[in-house]
Design a protein around this ligand. Sequence first.
Ligand code: FES
Length: 117
Amino acid sequence: MSKKLKIPKARVDEVITFFSSINNCKKGKFVLQLCESTACGVKKKHLIGEAIEKKLKIKLGETTSDNLFTFEHTPCFGACDLAPAMRANGIVYGNLTKEKIEKLLDKLSKEFEDNEE
Ligand code: FES
């Protein structure tokens, strides 16, 4: 990349490591971005994160072995009235509970399987 842009590799690395939405890691088909900001924190977003990790058997920042899901944190994206909120491939899901997140993950998995057939 640095050769293509004709800038030092260190400069590319600076940008990649500064912005949370940019990185050089391989992502899953569905990128789950759980809001880590105040309103979602007050509404116990950590319980949603734990439910995601338990259901998918991955930790924050990881991708499932089938490359279907990547789990990340993100700053507030303006859905505070729906806290705790998450985006999956840019679509906002709010008022999340452990039960809702499990159903959502099942639904996304099924949608992907159906599209593969
Ligand atoms: S604090 Fe979570 S969407 Fe704003």
